[in-house]
Design a protein around this ligand. Sequence first.
Ligand code: ADP
Length: 189
Amino acid sequence: MNLILFGPPAAGKGTQAKRLVETRKMVQLSTGDMLRAAIASGSELGKRVAGIMERGDLVSDDIVIELIESRLPEAEAAGGAIFDGFPRTLAQAEALDRMLEHRGSRIDEVIRLKVDDEALMQRIAGRYAESGRPDDNPESFKVRLDAYNTQTAPLLPYYQGQKKLVEVDGMGSIEAVAAGIDKALDKAR
Ligand code: ADP
């Protein structure tokens, strides 16, 4: 089973993906985590993407598509992937469909976590104060939200057209959102 956790920045995708790794035999594939690991390691790739990420812009499709492709065998062996923060553009979504099809696999379900902009802003202000993640500053967060609205939200009709889209209320507590996701997944089986 391959699942996409879809939603704006700070919607809780990472938190919920980590929980699903614990409760179901799946591997979390977070392009944000992979890119942050590249920066932390001081690699060439890390140097190329650090400034782009700090501003809140999207890194190029080629880079993230390649990162994801390299991890597909591992996810397949584990029984499935939870895509977290990928795909973020139509080109990424089409590439993902092609890569999976090539492997005799597919996306089974896309779970959209719905959280309104005001709640996102509040969450991120709290997270910035706590963790100081460089791209959580208010200016970069606005760029990230704009990138979501202009480049990523157009994927919703793409997945709706494939009849894979399920909406889950992302405004509640972590447990309430988790329960909503479990319900959506169990219905899909
Ligand atoms: P969030 O969902 O909270 O914005 P992520 O960790 O998913 O955080 O992403 C952080 C940053 O990493 C993004 O703002 C972007 O610069 C880069 N990034 C992550 N995934 C992608 C992707 N699929 N395509 C382009 N850029 C990405």
